[in-house]
Design a binder for this molecule. Structure first.
Ligand code: ADP
Ligand code: GLC
Length: 477
């Protein structure tokens, strides 16, 4: 099949979270399965053009969005020639992937238009255009309405994957002319326009041929008022086309046996390297290493979604009463940074907070920690709990979305299970889960069994790619 992916993030070039991992790995695995895949993302100025070894492919792409005109070029990555960058410094030289600039909508509308214009120039007739999140959610309607004349797209079907329903791309209705839909504004959601808004994600839900999310549980949750973020009724109206496909893990990058970013490699049969990584992690961060003291890790965007207010609530008391350490890597909202800055100040020998984004440190935390905390309020899929399982780093999660689909509660009687999962999102739930984990940690044979159960789980992309292939085939037929 000919498949076009359009996304705002693709690892390793541009990443703030899991979308980048998925928009990188899924196309790569589709290619391995024999499909002709092209991926488009913006050439942000934060991308290291030298490392990406860019070569020009097309130039003179003109993008007209209302009264705005942009000139773009398409360049491709030397290492991954299916990855196409839209080079348009007027929009993408901002020092960041996302901005709160007044033209944020134009930045991603331009991405959609440039990707489609490049298909026209290349004569590439995609059978599937796979859009990701609000940034590309208007693309299905652009294709249906503004490019209906072009036979190249006559057989094209669209799939919108929602990686996070809470980021919707909400803009004032005054930007409607920039969408080029001002002459067909009846196609836009009228109630919202009357309220003075346009919601990009909603139009993807309304007009994409298929809608998917990144775990089965999340696909059900978002159809409820509690988790629907105001869009549940629209999702329910399309319930037969809304499906949940769990993200996969790129085990080439995330396996302790072969990870080039950690100092000591190890596997389920020989866990000695894990302890040495733990020592390297703690020493590197300036924390004392004491054999037998468990280490909990966090690697995360610091956002409300991630539930860290529970950590703030329970951690001081837990750190006082139990012997364990906490290592946190994250960047994002200031109020959440302050939570971890305060914890580190109060418990300097037990807590280290590294503020920032660091892929090598993320790998070392996965390898060196004993426990991994993801108390997310909601989690569409979540990748770190799956990485943790592979590294023998036992996840503690809130039973929601993809966390519920990937972590099985430890059962002491049967020795089954892979982690600790609390049902109610409150401090008592998280406290229970952490204390349960610390208790099992002291029972060495039980803990080893728990680690090995997790390490034996398989969330590889090869199985998930088959599910996408099935969805693509259904959309096409
Ligand atoms: P989300 O996409 O909601 O942020 P996921 O668990 O799906 O959550 O994916 C997060 C991805 O981003 C993982 O690959 C994780 O390792 C990475 N990540 C998040 N924060 C950081 C950070 N501060 N430094 C390095 N990697 C990070
Ligand atoms: C979003 C979600 C996360 C998911 C990722 C990739 O950022 O918050 O749960 O794993 O997208 O699909």
């Amino acid at each position: 099949m000919k498949i076009l992916h359009v996304a705002s993030e693709v690892a390793p070039f541009a990443k703030t979270g899991g979308l980048a991992d998925v928009a990188s790995a899924l196309p790569r695995h589709l290619r391995r399965a024999g499909h002709d895949v092209r991926v488009f993302l913006p050439l942000y100025d934060t991308i290291d053009a030298g490392a990406a070894n860019l070569t020009p492919l097309l130039d003179g792409i003109e993008i007209r969005l209302g009264a705005h005109r942009y000139q773009a070029k398409i360049v491709v990555a030397g290492s991954e020639p299916h990855v196409h960058f839209v080079h348009c410094p007027a929009l993408y030289a901002r020092g960041a992937i996302y901005t709160s600039d007044a033209d944020e909508h134009l930045r991603f509308l331009a991405l959609c238009h440039a990707a489609l214009a490049a298909c026209q120039r290349m004569g590439f007739a995609p059978e599937i255009v796979h859009c990701h999140d609000w940034q590309t959610a208007l693309l299905p309607l652009i294709l249906k309405e503004q490019l209906a004349w072009d036979r190249l797209f006559a057989d094209t079907r669209t799939l919108l994957t929602i990686h996070n329903l809470n980021y919707q791309g909400l803009f004032p209705a005054a930007i409607v002319p920039d969408t080029n839909f001002d002459h067909s504004a009846h196609l836009l959601h009228q109630d919202q326009l009357r309220e003075g808004r346009i919601n990009f994600l909603l139009h993807g839900i309304l007009y994409a041929d298929g809608v998917s999310t990144v775990s089965p549980t999340y696909s059900r949750e978002i159809q409820t008022a509690e988790h629907g973020a105001g869009l549940d009724s629209f999702l329910r109206a399309r319930t037969s086309t809304v499906i949940g496909i769990l993200n996969g893990v790129e085990y080439d990058e995330w396996s302790p046996e072969s990870d080039r970013l950690i100092p000591h490699r190890y596997g389920a049969a020989d866990l000695a390297g894990k302890e040495r990584n733990k020592e390297a992690l703690l020493t590197g961060l300036g924390l004392p290493y004491v054999p037998g003291v468990p280490v909990a890790g966090i690697v995360s965007r610091l956002a409300g979604q991630k539930g860290f207010e529970l950590v703030e609530e329970v951690m001081p008391d837990l750190l006082r009463r139990h012997r364990f350490q906490l290592v946190v890597l994250g960047s994002g909202e200031r109020r959440l940074q302050e939570v971890f800055i305060r914890l580190q100040a109060a418990f300097p020998r037990q807590v280290c907070f590294y503020k920032g984004f660091s892929n090598p440190l993320a790998h070392l935390i996965e390898a060196g920690a004993d426990l991994f905390l993801m108390p997310s309020r909601y989690e569409p899929c979540g990748l770190n709990q799956m990485y943790s399982l592979r590294y023998g780093t036992v996840p503690i999660v809130h039973q929601t979305g993809g966390l519920a689909d990937t972590v099985r509660q430890w059962q002491p009687q049967s020795g089954e299970g892979t982690g600790f999962s609390f049902e109610r999102h409150d401090a008592a739930g998280l406290r229970w889960a952490i204390e349960a984990a610390l208790t099992v940690f002291d029972d060495r044979p039980a803990w080893r069994r728990l680690m090995k159960n997790g390490m034996a789980e398989d969330f590889s992309w090869s199985a998930q790619v088959k599910r996408y292939e099935a969805v693509y085939a259904r959309l096409r037929d």
